[in-house]
Write a protein that binds this ligand. Structure first.
Ligand code: NAD
Length: 324
């Protein structure tokens, strides 16, 4: 097969996996396999730029917007993140950032990469008005009623004007196991993993079903706010002070060595967490620096997602504990 055919075959496969993952909430391959094929495609397109196309899966964020939910236009696009798979990638990211900013040292915020569903929450005059999925990044689905069933999500806060916060809705491991046990007992297909269970639950047309699924949410970014801050860590402290749930394991690192230590620590500690994480997100802390670095078509240049090496497999019936 020639390169052209290889590229075409990869695009078709990734297109199918995207559909299964984002639209059907039923992936047929583990994320590591998807990431491996995506990396192959990125490498081939880098090597043969003349074969790049505007509709390649490498330039898209992913999701498709379904017809059943109202559409929500995001005021600012909800982007994806560039990936790092090893220490070399992390050091290369650090070099790129330092090079572009002409700085010797950078503060990075390290956060757990929660394996759930990216959502945007809008508050007007302190009242929760719209909750949306990321969708294709420009347009998401209105899942406000389902999000309201998440107990840790404040329905009203002390702000005036418009506030948009972004975060990850997820299903804790314990809720996931219970849900799948119940589904198996009813001869329903179990969910592949907590991420897909969370996505499936938030796309229920009847919010009573979502309410029974015991979802949770961590907020990790501010889209639009009545108050401006100098750093990402100050924004996190700010939204926490408003009553949003943020992840406490975040840490500000003043060198890439510290970032690498944090990543190594969580590579083993993650097993003890009550929710799934699939990596670590590393963000430049200074908002000035973020603004200077800007964005590519698909992701910010001031952040990167380190992905843990594959150990995850798509959950099969044998993996599920049947004991009650
Ligand atoms: P991504 O998973 O590489 O990273 C971006 C996402 O990270 C954000 O949208 C947000 O939802 C999440 N996130 C979690 N914690 C965060 C934090 N603290 N700060 C910022 N963001 C945080 O990119 P993606 O575009 O969401 O998804 C692509 C990934 O999905 C692939 O790399 C692959 O692993 C998986 N995927 C798998 C299949 C499959 O068939 N198995 C198909 C499509 C996609």
């Amino acid at each position: 097969m020639g390169v052209r055919e290889d590229i075409q075959a990869l695009r078709e496969k990734l297109g199918q996996y995207n559909h299964e993952y984002y639209v059907l909430d039923q992936p047929s391959v583990p994320d590591s396999e998807y990431d491996r094929l995506m990396q192959q495609l990125i490498d081939l397109e880098d090597k043969y730029p003349e074969l790049k196309t505007a509709d390649s899966p490498t330039v898209r964020v992913g999701g498709t917007v379904r017809e059943v939910f109202e559409k929500v236009e995001h005021k600012r696009p909800m982007l994806s993140l560039g990936n790092a798979f090893n220490e070399t990638d992390l050091r290369a990211f650090d070099e790129r950032v330092k090079g572009a900013l002409g700085k010797e040292a950078i503060d990075y915020v390290c956060e757990l990469k929660i394996d759930g569903l990216a959502v945007s929450l809008t508050y007007e005059e302190g009242r929760f008005t719209i909750g949306a999925t990321r969708g294709d990044g420009q347009t998401g689905e209105d899942i406000t009623e389902n999000l309201k069933t998440i107990r840790s999500l404040p329905l009203s806060i002390q702000t005036s004007g418009s506030l948009e916060v972004r975060g990850e809705a997820f299903m804790p491991k314990a809720s996931f196991l219970k849900l799948n046990e119940a589904r198996i007992a009813l001869f329903d297909e179990p969910f592949a993993n907590p991420r897909n269970a969370a996505a499936g639950s938030l796309r229920q047309l009847d919010s009573k079903i979502a309410a029974k699924r015991h979802l949770d949410i961590f907020l990790y970014a501010v889209g639009e706010a009545p108050e401006q801050k100098q750093s990402h860590s100050e924004y996190l402290a700010y939204i926490e002070s408003l009553g949003f749930k943020t992840n406490k394991e975040r840490h500000v690192c003043s060198s890439i060595e510290e970032v690498i230590d944090y990543v190594a620590r969580w590579s083993t500690k993650r097993i003890d967490l009550p929710y799934d994480i699939d990596g670590i997100v590393i963000k430049v802390d200074s908002i000035n620096d973020q603004d200077q670095l800007g964005f590519t078509a698909k992701s910010p240049r001031w952040a990167i997602a380190y992905k843990f090496p594959a150990e995850e497999v798509v959950t099969t019936l044998e993996d599920v504990d049947f004991s009650v």
